[in-house]
Design a protein around this ligand. Structure first.
Ligand code: FAD
Length: 327
């Protein structure tokens, strides 16, 4: 069966959600977000461990633009976001875990989960999106917000016949992986009172987080974020061996004799070290087909890094462009 929705957004992370919210604000109601995962949020990811929680993707957001700051201030008033730490640059967190905030942002948007788009093809009135289970969706306009290497795989399908120059632009974006160890501990940790440490750490370790001290978990659930170099070297090694290595390196901070459970999260596309200085790309085909996401930075962006704020700005810019093209 083929479903008809005028606007389909592939990917329900921050960029996809903000694009949908923008289109709604501009009067477009028939929008569908399609995401391969069990929840919206993408790299705004939270996992339950027993009665506790861990944010195992993005830990916090920072705001350098007025647009994002105003947005955050509204959610602070509403109670969903609070300042975690930091005087000059505040690190804001979702009070119930990153993923619940993503769900809240997407609550008025139609979403189809556990649906992976495998191909995009042209048809007479726009596009047909085909899932890896053979289901299909017809759309007049499509926005792709999956990480650039995955976007390229979708956009190079023969039926689209995109210019190779366009596809090469996506090759300019280079993502790095990140391995994250998730541990549920019986004993408290020696991390600072806010539960966050990202300096003076052993080689290979990027960040340590205690979610009980962070205020989102009743249990001592911790995350160990490894650097991209370390993650690259260990990416294909077995889970047990990688977790053992992480325990060895960080034993000064945690009592691993009290581990209740442990698991490994592998992010193949965590942060882009090479990105584009355009908030989205337009394929300029007859029917709108745009690409956006955190690696599409606004030319005015001063942080020079991919993050939740860059995804937020990119999603809004792509939503505005789609609305203009559909007029
Ligand atoms: C370990 C880690 C730590 C981080 N820490 C921070 C931090 O502390 N602060 C910060 O600001 N940023 C941080 N980031 C970066 C931040 O999470 C991202 O910049 C932001 O979430 C990206 O949003 P996005 O919408 O562009 O992409 P994503 O969140 O990746 O969303 C893309 C979505 O597309 C879906 N998808 C992919 N392929 C398909 C397909 N074929 N069909 C359907 N759906 C598909 C995915 O399931 C996903 O939901 C971190 C990222 C990681 C991984």
């Amino acid at each position: 069966m083929c479903e008809q929705t005028p606007i389909v957004i592939i990917g329900g992370g921050m960029a996809g959600i903000m694009a949908a919210r923008t289109l709604k604000e501009k009067g477009y109601q028939d929008i569908l977000i399609v995401d391969k995962s069990r929840s919206v949020g993408g790299r705004m990811a939270t996992r339950r461990i027993e009665d506790g929680k861990v944010d195992h993707g993005a830990q916090f957001f920072t705001a350098r633009t007025e647009k994002f700051q105003t947005f955050i201030n509204d959610w602070i008033k509403e109670g969903s976001v609070k300042n975690w730490f930091g005087d000059k640059y505040h690190r804001y967190i979702s009070t119930r875990g990153m993923n619940s905030f993503a769900k809240k942002l997407a609550e008025d948007i139609s979403v189809r989960l556990e649906t992976r788009i495998a191909a995009i093809m042209r048809n007479e009135d726009g596009y047909t999106l085909v899932t890896d289970h053979g289901e299909s969706f017809n759309a007049k306009a499509v926005l792709v917000t999956v990480p650039a290497p995955q976007a390229k795989a979708l956009l190079q399908s023969e039926g689209l016949q995109l210019d190779t120059k366009f596809l090469h632009k996506l090759d300019e974006i280079v993502f790095q992986p990140c391995l994250v160890g998730l541990f549920d501990l019986e004993q408290p940790t020696s991390l600072p009172v806010d539960g966050h440490l990202d300096s003076g750490l052993p080689e290979g370790v990027m960040r340590l987080v205690d979610h009980k001290k962070k205020g989102i978990s009743p249990n001592t659930t911790v995350c160990i974020y490894m650097t991209s170099e370390w993650s690259k070297i260990h990416y294909d090694k077995g889970e047990e061996a990688v977790l053992e290595k992480m325990k060895e390196i960080t034993s000064a901070y945690f009592d691993f004799n009290s581990v209740i459970s442990s698991q490994l999260k592998k992010w193949r596309y965590a942060e882009a070290t090479q990105f584009l200085r355009e908030p989205f790309l337009n394929t300029e085909l007859e029917y709108p087909l745009l690409v956006a996401g955190d690696a599409f930075l606004d030319p005015q962006d001063t942080a020079n890094r991919t993050r939740l704020e860059s995804a937020f700005i990119s999603g809004i810019a792509a939503g505005e462009e789609l609305a203009a093209l559909l007029k």
